[in-house]
Write a protein of this length. Structure first.
Length: 326
């Protein structure tokens, strides 16, 4: 089974992707898990579903917890009293370990990477990173390693590769072009390409080979737009991902609105999906489909997530969701 988890309104929502049609329908829910009372009003909560769908793991307020589907705490791990400017959590595909990146948790004000036992919450190993992050995330590689990308504000990004093998955590900083101020945003499903932005240059998108880091191709935001959407300074947003191994779905901001754009990596051809949206939220799944959220016009209501795909003719399937509130 495949799950998609997110936090909203004091609850962890888990959708069943295998039962969610990719025709613009709302995601089919698997479970909604309430957070414990002491974390229910916390604004920054980072979540992951356990692969068997029988539990969730989250990070909030300097603690990592595993909950059963009723919201009961199975275990809790205390991260200490560090700065905690951000966190990320992931569960390994075999459900054996929980990966946690926690920002500024050590005495010298640096980040920490931890590997916890998924069943008991016990610490298996940890490593101090030299980064001082204000946001970060994981990219799970098919070979079992994890790529850790850390944003450090004006200090630029820091990127690492980590592996947990034989009870030992090994962390290495990325080398070559991927070390040179690259904001990582997507890993291809087969694990051979990484998409990145050059530091503070949001008008260009770079595609690197993995693991060597060689630059394969690059795209300017302005070159991907048709004439009717031309702008002086179009910029990419963070919502960039792989539709499949050969195609990207990215978001380009034009005149305070945003366009979803499909890009073919081999030919360089691009196409705009639908009309401009005020706040498109796209999350690609790597199987030719993506998830986007309805937005209430006054932002007073909850987000509702839908799944989309390209139709069989190769045309884009996008029935205009801007401002949906029904």
């Amino acid at each position: 089974m495949r799950w998609y988890a997110w936090y909203q309104g004091g609850n962890i929502h888990v959708a069943d992707l295998d039962r969610s049609p990719a025709d613009g329908s709302l995601l089919t829910m698997h479970v909604v898990v309430p957070l414990p009372a002491d974390h229910r009003d916390w604004s920054e909560v980072y979540v992951a579903a356990v692969p068997d769908g029988e539990a969730v793991v989250y990070v909030a307020c300097n603690a990592v917890r595993r909950l059963n589907l009723h919201g009961t705490v199975v275990w809790s791990y205390d991260l200490g009293s560090g700065g905690n400017e951000g966190a990320a959590v992931a569960v390994s595909p075999d459900a054996d370990v929980v990966w946690v990146w926690a920002s500024q948790m050590t005495d010298d004000g640096c980040d920490r990477l931890l590997v916890l036992d998924a069943a008991s919450g016990g610490l298996l190993d940890q490593a101090d990173l030299w980064s001082v992050g204000y946001g970060g995330g994981f990219f799970a590689h098919p070979d079992g390693t994890v790529i850790v990308s850390v944003g450090q504000g004006q200090c630029g990004p820091a990127n690492f590769q980590a592996r947990f093998d034989g009870g030992l955590l090994v962390v290495e900083e990325l080398i070559g072009p991927l070390r040179d101020q690259r904001w990582l945003v997507a890993l291809s499903p087969e694990g051979t390409r990484l998409v990145a932005f050059p530091d503070w240059a949001w008008g260009e998108l770079l595609v690197h080979a993995w693991p060597g880091g060689e630059l394969l191709t690059s795209f300017k935001a302005a070159d991907l737009l048709p004439d009717q959407h031309r702008s002086d300074e179009p910029t990419f947003e963070w919502t960039t991902g792989f539709l499949n191994n050969g195609q990207l779905l990215t978001t380009i901001e034009v005149d305070q609105k945003a366009l979803l754009v499909r890009v073919d990596l081999e030919s360089g051809a691009s196409s705009v999906i639908g009309e401009p949206f005020a706040t498109p939220r796209g999350h690609t799944l790597g199987d030719g489909t993506w998830i986007a959220a309805d937005e209430w016009k006054d932002r007073s209501g909850p987000r509702r997530l839908r799944r989309f795909q390209l139709d069989r003719s190769g045309e884009d399937l996008w029935p205009g969701l801007a401002g949906c509130a029904g």
